[in-house]
Design a protein around this ligand. Structure first.
Ligand code: UDP
Length: 151
């Protein structure tokens, strides 16, 4: 399976609750590589672009207001199959429907405060990485754990 990149983001509730290390630690310890990372308070414009596919839906305004209400931590993760793996580790959109062991299943209850985002496809990941990061902010580095005998 080819190496991919995905965009994940600790939302304002995850930052406020002090969950940044706990969430990112799951990806690092599994073996995915952090190749970009930043903290910022998104503008409404950036939040609206990020969630552009939901424009016009009843929850859109509240979602944009919330995402731009405080700092988030945006991360580019790299690794084999990382797009689907990050979604699996994240859990369902509704935290109460997320299995224990997933991030939302372990850390959240409400859909509007579900602590983290992860791109839902390779195409979304490409779009979102381009939206949140400049080219030079994504760093190319080789992990010493990488080996030529891996599948
Ligand atoms: N959301 C919401 N109400 C809804 C659907 C979604 O508040 O009825 C919020 C929720 O925080 C979710 C985000 O909008 O994480 C984006 O929705 P999406 O369907 O893309 O879910 P995700 O990819 O985050 O699981």
């Amino acid at each position: 399976m080819a190496s991919e990149q995905t965009y994940i983001m600790i939302k304002p509730d995850g930052v406020q609750r002090g969950l940044v290390a706990a969430i990112l630690g799951r990806f690092e310890t599994r073996g995915f590589q952090i190749v970009g990372m930043k903290m910022l308070t998104p503008t409404k414009e950036l939040a609206s672009s990020h969630y552009g596919e939901h424009e016009g839906k009843p929850f859109f305004g509240g979602l944009v207001d919330f995402l731009s209400s405080g700092p988030v931590v945006g991360v580019v993760l790299q690794g084999k199959g990382v797009v689907a793996a990050a979604r699996m580790m994240l859990g369902a959109t509704k935290p109460l429907e997320s299995a224990p062991g997933t991030i939302r299943g372990d850390f959240a209850i409400d859909m509007g405060r579900n602590v983290m985002h992860a791109s839902d496809s390779v195409d979304s990941a490409t779009r979102e990485i381009g939206l949140w990061f400049k080219k030079e902010e994504v760093v190319s580095w080789t992990s010493c754990a990488a080996g030529s005998l891996l599948e």
